[in-house]
Structures are given as structure tokens and as C-alpha cells.
Design a protein around this ligand. Structure first.
Ligand code: 5GP
Length: 189
């Protein structure tokens, strides 16, 4: 998506990790027009898949997931990172390793929101090593539902999450794929 690539080039900052910081339009301050455009494009790519639910992880995936849900007119669920007092009853849960914080955490979805007849589209802001998506896939597996695929805003194509998950049969649609990023700049696929 050209508009997203242009914003990454003009406002993205490369931090050690490597981590692409896009806090001015996606991860802290949010540009609603751009995020709705990303949601519409992901929705367009999956419009024939009979998606019944969108699933993301809090917190940075939520805005994009909501935009996709608005495009496809289906409910949006975010996996919660901790079991809190307002999570009650039966839950699906699994561990996920955080790329940006380098810690493991538990993600939880109440079982009433994911059912065996659901066809779930996974959504996230970034795809790096694929741990976040694997965690979401595990939650859907626990529910007995199907996975329609994954819609991603920014895939770091030089890390192996995308290729590993595609090799396992997951359809991934990324709105911007970065092949290289270093002090010389950012190269898109
Ligand atoms: P993965 O689980 O695929 O290794 O990493 C994806 C998750 O880590 C995303 O949910 C995202 O929040 C975070 N992440 C990974 N790489 C980056 C990055 O370069 N920039 C930002 N802002 N977040 C990232």
C-alpha cells in the first residue's frame, strides 16, 4: 500500500532490534484516515472468505483490527495480555513471546467469543518472528474454529515469521513488506 509505505519512509524511525518505530501514525499517535484505509484494503483482500470474526492482540493491533472489522462488518476480539478480574468463566489462553519487550506473557480470550463455527481473520500491526500470530492461531485452535488468514500492516520480510507461517499454509496479506532496513534506509519488497 503506497500510502503506508510513504508514511513509513517519511516518519518511521529505525531502532536497535531492529525495531521500526511508527509512533507518529500507528503505535502511539494514530492517523485514523490511514488506519481506516489499511483496514479497508485488508478487508478487500479477504472479502470472499466469509470471515465471521477478527482476532488481534492488545494493544497495538486493536486500531487496525477495528478498521478491518468495520470494512467486513464483523465483530473484533482482542486477546487480553493478562488474566484480569473482568475476564470470567471459560477462557482460551496461551503464552506469547513479545518481540519488542522480550518477555513472555499470557494472552486470554473468553471462550464465549470464539466458537467452532467461526472463520477467524487474524490482524496485527507488525509481523516479525511470528510469535504473536502463532499465539492467536493457538487460541483459534483451542476454540475449534477455522482461520481465514492474517492481515498485517507492516511485515518485516527479513525476519522469518512470514515465510515460516506461509510455509505452514497460512495466507498472509501484508500492506507493506520491508525487505531491508538499516542506516542507509528502508527497502520495500
Ligand atoms: P512477532 O511476534 O511476529 O515476532 O512480532 C510481532 C509483534 O511484535 C507485533 O504485535 C508488534 O507489536 C511487535 N513488533 C515486532 N516488530 C516490531 C517493530 O519493528 N516495530 C514495532 N513498533 N512493533 C513491532
Amino acid at each position: 500500500m503506497k500510502a503506508l509505505e510513504e508514511r513509513i519512509l517519511s516518519e518511521g524511525k529505525i531502532l536497535p532490534g531492529p525495531v521500526l518505530k511508527v509512533s507518529s501514525f500507528l503505535n502511539h499517535q494514530m492517523d485514523p484516515d490511514l488506519i481506516m484505509e489499511i483496514g479497508a484494503e485488508i478487508g478487500e483482500r479477504f472479502k470472499d472468505e466469509e470471515v465471521t470474526k477478527i482476532l488481534t492482540i492488545e494493544s497495538s493491533g486493536i486500531a487496525i483490527a477495528l478498521a478491518v472489522g468495520a470494512a467486513l462488518h464483523v465483530p473484533v476480539i482482542f486477546a487480553k495480555k493478562h488474566r484480569t478480574s473482568n475476564v470470567s468463566g471459560e477462557v482460551y489462553q496461551t503464552m506469547v513471546h513479545s518481540y519488542t519487550h522480550n518477555v513472555d506473557y499470557t494472552v486470554v480470550v473468553e471462550s464465549e467469543f470464539l466458537k467452532p463455527d467461526d472463520n477467524v481473520l487474524l490482524v496485527d500491526d507488525f509481523l516479525a518472528n511470528g510469535k504473536a500470530l502463532e499465539g492467536l492461531m493457538e487460541l483459534v485452535a483451542q476454540s475449534g474454529g477455522r482461520i481465514a488468514g492474517a492481515g498485517i500492516a507492516i511485515e518485516k520480510g527479513f525476519q522469518d515469521g512470514g515465510s515460516n507461517l506461509k510455509a505452514k499454509g497460512l495466507r498472509i496479506e501484508s500492506m507493506a513488506v520491508i525487505d531491508k532496513m538499516d542506516e542507509n534506509g528502508i527497502i520495500f519488497r
